[in-house]
Write a protein that binds this ligand. Structure first.
Ligand code: UDP
Length: 240
């Protein structure tokens, strides 16, 4: 698969990715493994921004379905993303990668507040910047936060690390004949409601011409492969 060279990328790590095979929370071994993959990507010359999800700890929508006030539950979800960001920071620094965490909800004793220009400076200095607390607003997801930060930080692409190897025309875990797309257009993703990211995240990427690369982060060495334009993934663009 040929694609333009990406220099600066945003990697969206769902809470599920940090959970490994456990049913809940953060798996230190899996977090360390992902940190190793990020270290390799950085060594290959990529500038990396990360956005962490929180679904391995708390999801606002699920809690609201059980009677929580939605906005309150969403703030709890955003706090969960900060825990994941700190876990990634810990793993990356243990692997020798310099990092900074910036939170959309200021928490001065824990990490930096989100300041775009400061984040830019960190990237110039070779640090990995981890964006936490989503957009800072309830009723959003960390997918939308990833699209927003990718646009603000002028990332060349948004890489979404999941537990499947791309975008399918049906759920590959349920439909045996489901077909994976190598490339697919934003408009088809939106029209057919394909499971890539939520619609607001997809539209933000479409409007700002930021390709989304969906790949399996659970497979060892896959981040490096997809960054090199090899391996199995789906790329969502305006041109497909
Ligand atoms: N969240 C929010 N606003 C945001 C981003 C996240 O309110 O801008 C909350 C929301 O409750 C969500 C939770 O944080 O369920 C965890 O994020 P998400 O579900 O996107 O995590 P992932 O599925 O990537 O693990």
């Amino acid at each position: 698969m040929s694609r333009p060279p990406f220099k600066r990328i945003l990697l969206k790590l769902s809470g599920e990715a940090l959970m490994g095979n456990a049913g809940f929370g953060i798996d230190p071994a899996e977090t360390a493994r992902i940190a190793g993959e990020i270290k390799l990507a950085q060594a290959a010359g990529f500038e990396l921004c990360l956005v962490t999800g929180g679904g391995n700890i708390f999801r606002g929508l699920a809690a609201a379905a059980k009677g929580f006030d939605r906005a309150n539950a969403d703030y709890m979800g955003m706090l969960a993303t900060v825990m994941n960001a700190l876990a990634m920071q810990n793993a990356l620094e243990q692997a020798g990668v310099d990092t900074r965490v910036q939170s959309a909800i200021p928490m001065a004793s824990v990490c930096e507040p989100y300041i775009r220009r400061r984040a830019e400076r960190h990237l110039e200095k070779g640090r990995v910047v981890i964006f936490a607390a989503g957009t800072g607003n309830p009723y959003f997801t960390t997918d939308t936060a990833a699209a927003l930060r990718a646009a603000e930080m002028k990332c060349n692409a948004l890489f979404k690390g999941t537990s499947v190897d791309g975008v399918y025309d049906a759920d590959p875990k349920k439909v045996e004949t489901a077909k994976r797309y190598d490339r697919v257009g934003f408009s088809k993703v939106l029209a057919d409601d394909l499971k890539v990211m939520d619609a607001s995240a997809v539209s933000l990427c479409r409007d700002n011409d930021i390709p989304i690369v969906v790949f399996n982060i659970r497979e060892q060495g896959n981040l490096a492969r997809v960054l090199a334009g090899e391996g199995v993934s789906t790329i969502v663009t305006n041109e497909a």
